[in-house]
Design a protein around this ligand. Structure first.
Ligand code: MOS
Length: 724
């Protein structure tokens, strides 16, 4: 199915299931503990051995030797596999650090061995007996110092128009400020885990991964084997947030250990090594200069995003939203990437925009205050229907002003006192803040198979994943709608690489892409059904479990009796979309109380208004957004990977030291979706909300804290010591 022109029409009267608030169909399995996550797959044949990873205790250098003799003779141990037995595994284009193999240590807690034993306890115990001799090398672990080493030449101009310096010098009102965001850890609930089993040359990996096709291809490269001989299965995923986009050490160690022992082997990455062994959202230092007319129109904007990564890694692009968010006559957007030898920085939920808006949306608040303008009005005034960069490209749909206005009204923004520190309830200083949000609305090719089973039920099979987002449910809704059957007649099988390849769960493209893939498969199945009943496809329709045609109908269950029918379909995306910018927008409103004595911040009320085209299921979409708002509170108030800049590792590498919000931290949350359809977004006219929901939240919290206290914190997280 080629998506090669805008999809007009609203289908609103026709749709009875898509767009409805339907609880997750995988909910009962998850809440009763019967959904099997990677580490608890017992459908693997025979007893499983357990691998426990041994990781580097230096950040950089060379491994001289690994003494495994004590570990090998420990009780229950079957084998110890070390990095020195393997060449460095090739890297994919998606990640930077070597997962395993060779004698070079690129970052702290890099996997350097795996102890394989009959039980978890025996493997873990023996892992402590592996003794490693290192030749340590120096590294750069301090982002600021690493940046000083660079030169102006490694500044990359992301976007520019006009002469910023001149326009800024001439501006009536100016802001020049530096903001910092710390490294953040995904801190998903389910750790990385895999079970590997070989049958001859064929490998099966039960794992927890967002992008099945990427994982198969990465395994094929790493293990130097044909992708056809690899099956990856990941039906349930306990959170990802980008940490599970890529093959990680658990999958590699399990596969290598299973090959060596000839038995199934399971490996989990223990929580305390995840922060340093895997990836994280890298810290940023951002300079923002805004110049405006007295009336509040932005005439000059400069945004510089600095970050660091391992050699060959990508920047954390905090400037991502800036060329597209606000109208601005003249601008200069630059970024710089320094080499730091901390663990790899890589994608975490809305990479780029999350960090960028944490800074930009405080800057907008500061600017509004300098102008004596309401922060909502300042944003409305600088809204635009065409992107500053690429110049004059229209947005497919952009309802940012509507988000701002709706939010202000529902939140009661008019009652806010703009004077900081002016409202007090007992010992609590009360503040109100808001921020805007921007995130891209990408879509990507996605395939699926639709089946009419012999019992008359419909089944959709695709390698799409559900990372807690609701994929199972929205795909089932799409199939039920298309095939004219109730939800109870639809089954959805996800996460298996033996199914057609899908978009996967990433970049908030999953919902719009994978439902379009399911739609394509259902259209193909409709054709197959027409063929079986020998009726012209154009004359048949599907409703109430029946196929209707010229003056008659047949139940699907009857048609199915002649044998199962199946058809593949796929979404293919044409170039027409390049004529426009497809994005999602939001406005966030937050009320906080800050304790006047202790500086403790309590979030009291949150509202998000989101503009993301058709909302496929308001219940699962709302869950995505409130989860994201929760993450935004974490980023605003507590989350911070603290680098030990002497030894090059994140010191707070578990959930005791790396704090995330708990239920008691999260107040009333309200989510409003703008009722809109985006003809360019997808055949479903839908865009994603999972990442949008996080963008801008932290700045809204920080702005509310400023309104409460009069203390402007530009370095996240906004902890109490910065307020007192
Ligand atoms: Mo996302 S950071 O592409 O899971």
């Amino acid at each position: 199915m080629k998506f090669d022109k805008p999809v007009e029409g609203d289908f609103k009267d026709a749709l009875t299931i898509v767009g409805k608030a339907i609880p997750r169909i995988d909910g009962p399995a998850k809440t009763t503990g019967t959904a099997k996550y990677a580490y608890e797959r017992h459908d693997v044949s025979g007893p499983q051995l357990v691998g426990y990873p041994v990781t580097s205790s230096i950040a950089r250098g060379r491994i001289v030797s690994i003494d495994t003799s004590r570990a090998t003779s420990a009780p229950g141990v079957v084998t110890v596999l070390t990095t020195l037995e393997h060449l460095p595994l090739p890297k994919t284009s998606y990640h930077t650090a070597t997962l395993f193999g060779g004698d070079q240590v690129e970052h702290y807690h890099q996997a350097i061995a795996v102890v394989v034993a009959k039980s978890f306890e025996e493997a873990r115990s023996a892992a402590n007996l592996v003794s490693v001799t290192y030749e340590k090398a120096d590294g750069d672990f301090d982002l600021r110092k690493a940046l000083e080493k660079g030169s102006d030449e490694d500044r990359e101009v992301v976007s520019s128009a006009g002469d910023f310096e001149t326009a800024y010098a001439a501006a009536d009102v100016k802001l020049d400020a530096v903001y910092t965001t710390p490294g953040q850890s995904h801190a998903m609930m389910e750790p990385h885990a895999s079970i590997a089993e070989w049958e001859g040359e064929r490998l099966t990996l039960w794992t927890s991964n967002q992008m099945i096709k990427w994982n198969v291809d990465a395994l094929a490269l790493a293990l130097d084997m044909p992708a056809e001989n690899i099956r990856v299965d990941s039906p349930y995923i306990g959170g990802g947030f980008g940490s599970k986009l890529f093959l990680r050490a658990d999958g590699v160690l399990a596969a290598l250990a299973a090959r060596k022992t000839g038995k199934p082997v399971k490996v989990m990455l223990p929580r305390p090594i995840i922060a340093n062994n895997t990836t994280h959202r890298a810290a940023t230092i951002q300079t923002i200069r805004i110049g405006a007319t007295r009336a509040g129109r932005i005439t000059a904007l400069y945004h510089e995003g600095l970050s660091g990564n391992l050699p060959g890694g990508d920047p954390e692009d905090a400037t991502a939203q800036t060329p597209k968010f606000y109208a601005m006559d003249t601008h200069l957007v630059v970024r710089r990437l320094a080499t730091v030898h901390l663990p790899e920085g890589n994608a975490m939920r809305a990479p780029g925009e999350t960090s960028g808006l944490m800074a930009l949306e405080i800057a907008m608040d500061e600017m509004a205050e300098k102008l004596g303008m309401d922060p909502v009005e300042f944003r409305v005034l600088n809204d635009t229907q065409t992107a500053p960069h690429p110049p004059n490209k229209p947005f497919s749909r952009r309802n940012y002003t509507q988000c701002l206005r709706t939010g202000a009204e529902k939140f009661g923004w008019a009652d806010r006192n703009p004077a900081p520190g002016s409202r007090r309830e007992g010992q609590w200083l009360i503040g109100h803040g808001m921020a805007g949000a921007y995130r891209g609305g990408p879509i990507t090719a996605s395939g699926a198979r639709a089946k009419l089973l012999q019992n008359g039920r419909i089944r959709i099979e695709t390698d799409m994943t559900d990372i807690g987002t609701g994929s199972y449910t929205i795909i089932a809704q799409t199939a039920a709608e298309m095939m004219g059957v109730p939800m109870s007649q639809v089954e959805v099988n996800l996460g298996d690489s033996s199914h057609p390849a899908s978009a996967g769960s990433g970049g908030q493209w999953g919902a719009s892409s994978s439902t379009a893939g399911a739609l394509a498969a259902c259209l193909a199945l409709q054709r197959a059904i027409a063929e079986r009943i020998e009726e012209p496809y154009e004359s048949i329709s599907f409703r109430e479990g029946q196929v209707h045609f010229a003056n008659s109908s047949l139940p699907l269950t009857r048609i199915a009796q002649a044998g199962e029918l199946q058809a593949d379909g796929a979404l293919e995306v044409g170039d027409f979309r390049k004529k426009v910018v497809v994005s999602t927008f939001a406005a966030h409103f937050v009320e906080v109380g800050v304790n006047a004595a202790t500086g403790e911040t309590r979030v009291r009320r949150m509202l998000a208004v989101c503009d993301a085209g058709r909302i496929l299921n308001p219940m699962t979409a709302r869950s995505q957004v409130i989860g994201a708002m929760t993450m935004g509170v974490g980023a605003a108030l507590m989350e911070e990977l603290a680098p030990d800049t002497r030894h090059g590792f994140f010191a707070n590498h578990d959930l005791a030291g790396y704090e995330v919000p708990v239920h008691a931290d999260i107040p009333e949350q309200e989510v409003i979706f703008i009722d809109d359809l985006d003809p360019y977004a997808s055949p479903m006219q839908a865009k994603g909300v999972g990442e949008l929901g996080l963008c801008g939240v932290s700045a809204a919290v920080a702005n509310a804290v400023y309104n409460a206290t009069g203390v402007r914190v530009r370095d996240y997280p906004v902890t109490l010591s910065k307020l007192l």
